[in-house]
Design a protein around this ligand. Structure first.
Ligand SMILES: NC(=O)CC[C@H](N)C(=O)O
Length: 353
C-alpha cells in the first residue's frame, strides 16, 4: 500500500505504508541521527506531534522490548524510514517495531530516501508535513508540536529528614530521568506542571528537577513565576525543556533552531573544565547565548559544532541546567554523573525541610 509524505515546501515523497496503514497524520517533520534507540525515541514525550525521520537506514532489527519505553505509549506522530525490518533478532524482543506502531495506531512510511529528505530539512529547516494515503496538493494544517500537559500521578511522598526528596515537574518527563534519580536515600515525586509553588512546598522537597517536554518553551510562560519561586528556595536542575524554562524565568531568550539537534553523538564542551563529552540530544529550540549575559545565569557548556548554549548555572546557588539528556535513553553515558552532582548539591545545601 502506498503512502505519501507531503512537505510544506511542496516536495512529495512516495513510499510504502507501515505501522498503522489507515492512519493519516500531520506533524512537524524532524530527523534524528541516532543509530539505535528507536523505541526510546518514539516513546519520548518531547517528540509529541513530530514526524520522525530516522537517518539510520535500517530500523527495527532488534525489535521492541519490555521496560524500554520512556512513557506509557508512542508519542511521536509518525515514522519515516529507509527500511523497516520485521526480521527481529534480540533475545528480549517481544514484538516487531511494525507491530508496536500498529498497536499504538501510529502510521509510518518506508522506502524513503531519508538522506535526500534530511538534506532538504537541513536546508529549509524543520517543516510541517502530512502523511496521507492519497496524493494531496499541499499540507494544509497548522502542525506544530504543542505542549499538552498530560496529568501524571504523584509517585511517592516522604517526610524522612535523612532522605533527599526530588520533586520532578513533569512537562513530559522520560522514565529514565526518574530512574536516574532513584537510588537509596533519594525519593522522587513526579508532579504535574500546573502545580503551584505551595503544592510543591507542601511535599517538602530537597531539590527540584524541571523535566524535558514537547513544543516551544515560550508557550510555557504561565509556569515561569513558579520556577522563579522554586529557584529562590531549592536546589534545582533543568533538563532540555527544563533548561530552556530556567533561562526564560531568569530573563534570557529562546529561539527556534533551523533543524535542531536530534541524535546520540552531539559533542558538548564544558567551558569550566574544557572537557568534551558526547551527549544524547533532542531539541528544536535553544537558549540564545547572547541573551544570557545580562541575566544572573552563566553559560557553562556549548555544542562543539554550532556553539549553541548547552548548559547554564546560577553562580552562588545550587542551580544548573543542561540542554542535552544526561539520562541517555538512548545514548552515551558520559553525562550521567550530573544526577550525582545534583544529589551532592542537595546534601551540601541541606535542603529546605
Ligand atoms: N527534549 C526536550 O525537552 C525538547 C525541548 C523543546 N521541546 C525543544 O524542542 O527544544
Amino acid at each position: 500500500m502506498k503512502k505519501y509524505l507531503t512537505l510544506e515546501n511542496g516536495d512529495v515523497f512516495v513510499g510504502e505504508a507501515c505501522g498503522d496503514l489507515a492512519a493519516e497524520i500531520d506533524g512537524e517533520l524532524v530527523f534524528t541521527t541516532s543509530m539505535t534507540g528507536y523505541q526510546e525515541t518514539l516513546t519520548d514525550p518531547s517528540y509529541e506531534n513530530q514526524i520522525i525521520t530516522f537517518t539510520y537506514p535500517l530500523i527495527g532489527n532488534y525489535g521492541i522490548s519490555l521496560g524500554t519505553n520512556q512513557s506509557d505509549s508512542v508519542k511521536a506522530a509518525a515514522v519515516v524510514v529507509r527500511e523497516m525490518t520485521d526480521q527481529v533478532f534480540h533475545y528480549q524482543s517481544v514484538m516487531s517495531l511494525d507491530a508496536f506502531l500498529k498497536q499504538a495506531k501510529v502510521p509510518g512510511i518506508s522506502g524513503i530516501d531519508t538522506r535526500q529528505l534530511t538534506k532538504i530539512i537541513r536546508q529549509y529547516g524543520t517543516m510541517k508535513a502530512s502523511l496521507t494515503n492519497q496524493p494531496i496538493n499541499q499540507t494544509s494544517v497548522e502542525a506544530q508540536s504543542k505542549p499538552s500537559f498530560v496529568k501524571s500521578a504523584t509517585l511517592s511522598v516522604t517526610d524522612d529528614k535523612d532522605v533527599e526528596h526530588v520533586v520532578v515537574v513533569d512537562f513530559g518527563v522520560k522514565d529514565n530521568i526518574v530512574k536516574s534519580l532513584q537510588r537509596p536515600g533519594v525519593d522522587v515525586t513526579v508532579v504535574t506542571p500546573d502545580s503551584t509553588f505551595e503544592d510543591i512546598e507542601n511535599l517538602h522537597p530537597t531539590g527540584i528537577l524541571l523535566s524535558n517536554g514537547p513544543g516551544d518553551p515560550q508557550d510555557y510562560s504561565a509556569f515561569l513565576p513558579t520556577i522563579q519561586k522554586l529557584q529562590d528556595n531549592y536546589p534545582l536542575m533543568g533538563i532540555c525543556l527544563g533548561h530552556q524554562l530556567l533561562a526564560l524565568a531568569n530573563g534570557a531568550k529562546t529561539y527556534k533552531m533551523t533543524f535542531g539537534h536530534r541524535g546520540i553523538n552531539h559533542p558538548v564542551k564544558n567551558l569550566m573544565t574544557q572537557d568534551v563529552f558526547i551527549t544524547s540530544q533532542n531539541h528544536g529550540y535553544a537558549v540564545d547565548i547572547d541573551s544570557v549575559k545580562p541575566t544572573p545565569l552563566e553559560v557553562t557548556a556549548v555544542e562543539v559544532n554550532d556553539k549553541t548554549c548547552e548548559g547554564l548555572r546560577y553562580p552562588g546557588r545550587p542551580i544548573f541546567s543542561v540542554q542535552y539528556h544526561p539520562e541517555a535513553a538512548p545514548g552515551p553515558h558520559d553525562a550521567t554523573k550530573l544526577f550525582d552532582d545534583f544529589i551532592d548539591l542537595m546534601h551540601v545545601n541541606g535542603g529546605v525541610h
